[in-house]
Design a protein around this ligand. Structure first.
Ligand code: HEC
Length: 122
């Protein structure tokens, strides 16, 4: 049912979006990006050459905040392969992408019924 899927996505999203400010690892995110995203996206200012249809991560970082990025990477997207990233991988990727852009959404206040995230170990 559509409503149920939407609720699930929201739940996933609130977990994910809360994570980056606390425990996500941008360096790990960069490694994941190198492996899974660099064939199409320019993932860092040093990289030369990628598929020109895919926007650079620097450009992505100026247009999306952490929540939007986490949501984007949680749902399948028609023009990208379905990468089935784990939640920690997504949090790390989002943290990495955010290092490339303006820091306009660094620690966001929690929304009304959002719980603070568990610290991630390891
Ligand atoms: C096979 C090529 C390919 C791979 C691999 C790929 N992408 Fe993309 N991605 C695209 C294309 C093409 C677009 C632009 C689609 C469009 O504009 O409709 C895009 C769009 C995006 C956008 C939205 C940008 C915007 O301006 O709306 C994000 C965020 C993104 N990709 C992140 C990633 C991440 C993170 C990875 C690695 C985990 C990844 N992509 C791997 C091809 C790819």
């Amino acid at each position: 049912m559509a409503t149920k899927r939407f609720t699930t996505a929201l739940l996933l999203l609130s977990n994910l979006a809360a994570a980056p400010a606390f425990a996500a690892d941008a360096q790990s995110g960069q490694r994941i990006a190198n492996r899974w995203c660099a064939s199409c996206h320019l993932i860092s200012p040093e990289q030369n050459g990628a598929n020109t249809e895919a926007p650079s991560f620097a450009s992505v970082a100026t247009r999306y905040n952490s929540k939007e990025l986490a949501l984007f990477l949680t749902s399948p997207y028609p023009r990208m392969p379905n990468m089935t990233l784990s939640q920690p991988e997504i949090a790390d990727l989002v943290a990495y992408i955010r290092t490339l852009g303006p820091k306009r959404d660094e620690p966001e206040p929690l929304e009304k019924d959002e719980k603070p995230p568990e610290p991630r170990r390891g």
